[in-house]
Ligand binder design. Structure first.
Ligand code: GLA
Length: 368
């Protein structure tokens, strides 16, 4: 039986946080770090899953509902079967360069790498963006319905539709996905991701709590989603918490548009200001930052980053900083020192060079 190898990227969100499930805007990009999924089809419905990052092998059928990372793969199989595809059993091994629990969407990378390998096995046309969108939707359902981790869809969408050298402007009101060229090289800039090593999980309730508060705020405003909420009316909301949650979402959508405008104008200082304002909004209004994320952002800026913000779901995970290429070494050294001085674990770093979407890597004729 042939082996199919597919891979999918992690992502970093440049701006637009907790907006996707509010019918809003966000601007993620694919990381160069990818998860690779090697699949050997076999007869019968059973799956056998192993990972280069773990010792154990999971064997079973999707109805067994595994825990941990195998659930994301089984969830994709279930979602594709629900879509009417005849997905056979298989043996698969997973190898991931995407740091786990760092808020860089290792789970979406896993789901999308599995979905892409299975799509190739099923003969689906991955050059068709409609096919890619349906696979992203299947991956979203795998995570929300099967694994039980709420997700707004940004991560899976960018993993399936990203374009190298570009960020992707996602609009969750009309479903559009527009590539935005990100000429950082020409400006001698980089996006430095600072992984605080504070583990972040979508399943612990904090993320779901913000989703519920957003829905409550929309209800209090009498709107179908915060995307269409009026800023002046938001400020009149009596409940202080709901007012601040709604204020973040409404202002964050505007900041995404401002960021796209600044990138188009090659106005990097303006982009940096919007990143900074986004962090303040997440820290004070949406309250999803934490001590380590604030320290990463503040120490990066103090060391010369143009701008910085936490990225992803929050409550841990990573920050992203816009930094002159020549200043990266200094920023990393100063942030590391700030963490050591505060008695915190050393952060990890990576450069977010905008990478490619999920793809088939090879179809080999032997299992070797
Ligand atoms: C997580 C979710 C996304 C999005 C971000 C916050 O990454 O999976 O859908 O809501 O948090 O912007």
């Amino acid at each position: 039986m042939p082996a199919l190898v597919a891979s999918a990227p992690g992502r970093v969100n440049l701006i637009g946080e907790h907006t996707d499930y509010n019918g809003g805007l966000c601007l993620p990009l694919a990381l160069p770090q990818r998860t690779t999924f090697t699949l050997f089809p076999r007869s019968g419905p059973a799956l056998s899953l192993s990972s280069a990052q773990e010792d154990s092998v999971w064997e079973g059928v999707v109805e067994d509902r595994p825990d941990g990372w195998p659930a994301y793969v089984a969830g994709v199989v279930q979602a594709l079967r629900d879509d009417g595809h005849e997905v056979p059993g298989f043996e698969a091994s997973v190898d991931s360069e995407v740091p786990l629990g760092a808020g860089l969407s290792s789970s979406a990378a896993l789901e999308c790498s599995a979905a892409t390998a299975l799509a190739a096995l099923l003969g689906l046309d991955l050059a068709d963006r409609g096919v890619r969108r349906r696979l992203a939707t299947a991956c979203i359902r795998a995570e929300t319905d099967y694994v039980g981790a709420p997700t707004g869809g940004m991560d899976q969408t960018v993993a399936m539709l990203a374009r190298p050298g570009h960020a992707l402007l996602l609009d969750f009101a009309d479903g559009s996905a527009t590539p935005v060229e990100l000429p950082l090289d020409e400006a001698r800039l980089v996006l430095l991701v600072i992984d605080t090593r504070v583990s972040h999980a979508l399943t612990d309730g904090s993320y779901g709590n913000r989703r519920n508060e957003s829905a409550d705020a929309a209800r209090a405003l009498g709107v179908s989603s915060l995307r269409v909420a009026n800023q002046a009316r938001v400020e009149e909301l009596e409940d202080d918490v709901l007012r601040r949650r709604a204020r973040h979402v409404v202002s964050e959508n505007l900041r995404v548009l401002a960021a796209v405008g600044a990138i188009g104008d090659r106005d990097w200082d303006a982009l940096a200001d919007v990143l900074d304002a986004s962090h303040t909004s997440m820290r004070d209004d949406f309250e999803i930052s934490c001590r380590e994320l604030d320290l990463a952002v503040e120490s990066a800026r103090a060391a010369g980053a143009l701008g910085a913000r936490m990225t992803g779901g929050g409550f841990g995970g990573s920050a992203v900083a816009l930094v002159a290429r020549k200043a990266v070494g200094r920023v990393q050294a100063d942030v590391t020192k700030a963490f050591a001085d505060a008695g915190l674990e050393e952060p990890a770093y990576l450069l977010a060079i905008p990478g490619d979407a999920a793809r088939v890597e090879s179809v080999a004729s032997s299992a070797g």
